[in-house]
Ligand binder design. Structure first.
Ligand code: GLY
Ligand code: MN
Ligand code: MN
Length: 368
């Protein structure tokens, strides 16, 4: 049995436990996770129906027939052509699979036009979100997923070493130019594109946590926040370092950098199975608050990482979900001084049987 079929069978077990009739997925990380088939969302009806019992079925445009046969273990393909109305096929498939009543869980990212069509095709169903059964499954990574995440982290580490090697040559280059350099190095080390828009925030731009990049040139003494990632086998990296390429940093920078590093270490040290996710956030926040920068740490400490670069578990106050072995998330405290500079240090961490292990290992210091 393939890993995808195993996941689907586990999903079905959870559906039965919940008393739901099935799941309907749309091109999304959930679909890749169960079917092994990834595609960009599009305007055509491409839906996977997974009943609580029995075999799943795709309703798909005929033009995908070969791709689906090659990529997925799902054998029941119900194809429609561009000149047909797919709605009757949706209704027929739901009926055949026993999904025409009871609770149907739909992909949370499904476009509204498809959920509307489903409502029309299956008028007697009640509705919920697929995360209810797929979230707890996806949150614990298996060995193959961990291997991909480790390799993606290694690629990010290697690219960061190349960035440090630029040294004084980075001065005078624009943030955009440095971002393109990072992206080129990620691919050179074996990554597949970027996992999110690369952030290069120099000087005061570093104080905007989600600044992307601009034509501002790096100046001597500028702190530069570099936050980037790539994908390996579909799984992302996400790493941040804050460095000064040449010259003396602004007053106060060094101590802020020390505080952020201490906060990050405290949060990593707090990672252990059974510990509520919010305690990891609190461990970082306490260090930053004690140093007097609590109001300048304007975001959560981290987010889970898997097929999506932001997913459960969120490392945030109010999330009392206990950590479990196999969870992977970022630990990325930051301090942002508006108009001056920002500092963020980010690594991915996997929860092990007795603690936490960083996936990123490059130098976290600010001197290149
Ligand atoms: N770049 C966004 C993040 O680190 O989550
Ligand atoms: Mn990041
Ligand atoms: Mn992150």
């Amino acid at each position: 049995m393939s890993v995808y079929e195993e996941r689907t069978r586990e999903c079905q077990r959870r559906l039965r436990e919940r008393g739901a009739s099935g799941v309907v997925l749309f091109p999304s990380p959930n679909l890749s996770y169960l079917a092994g088939f990834g595609e960009e969302p599009g305007e055509r009806h491409l839906l996977l129906f997974v009943p609580a019992e029995g075999d799943p079925a795709f309703v798909a445009p005929e033009l995908y027939a070969d791709q689906l046969r090659e990529a997925t273990w799902v054998e029941d393909l119900r194809l429609w052509t561009d000149v047909e109305d797919p709605l009757p096929l949706l209704a027929e498939t739901a009926r055949d699979l026993g999904l025409d009543e009871g609770e149907l869980l739909v992909d949370p990212t499904m476009w509204a036009r498809f959920t509307q069509d489903l409502r029309e095709a299956v008028p007697d169903a009640t509705w919920g979100l697929a995360d209810a059964v797929l979230g707890p499954l996806r949150v614990r990574k298996d060995d193959a997923e961990l291997d991909a995440l480790r390799r993606a982290a290694e690629v990010a580490d290697a690219a960061m070493r190349d960035v440090r090697d630029l040294g004084a040559d980075a001065v005078g280059r624009t943030e955009t130019d440095l971002a393109r350099f990072v992206e080129e190095r990620l691919v050179a080390h074996g990554g597949d594109g970027t996992s999110f828009e690369t952030i290069v925030g120099s000087g005061p731009n570093g104080a905007k946590p989600h600044h992307h990049c601009s034509d501002r040139e790096v100046r001597p003494g500028d702190p530069v926040v570099l936050d980037f990632g790539t994908r390996v086998d579909g799984y992302p990296s996400d790493q941040t370092r804050t460095v000064v390429f040449e010259g003396d940093p602004p007053a106060g920078f060094e101590s802020v950098h020390d505080v952020v590093r201490e906060a990050q270490q405290a949060a990593v040290d707090a990672v252990e199975p059974g510990v509520p996710a919010e305690d990891v956030d609190a461990a970082a926040r306490e260090v930053i608050e004690d140093a007097g920068y609590g109001d300048e740490f304007v975001h959560r400490t981290g987010h889970g990482v898997g097929l999506e670069v932001h997913e459960e578990p969120y490392v945030v106050g109010g999330n009392d979900r206990p950590l479990e072995p196999g969870m992977v998330f970022s630990v990325e405290p930051g301090v942002y001084l508006e108009g001056e500079f920002g500092v963020r240090v980010e690594d991915l961490v996997v929860v092990t049987e007795d603690g936490g292990e960083r996936l990123n290992h490059t130098d976290r210091g600010w001197r290149v």
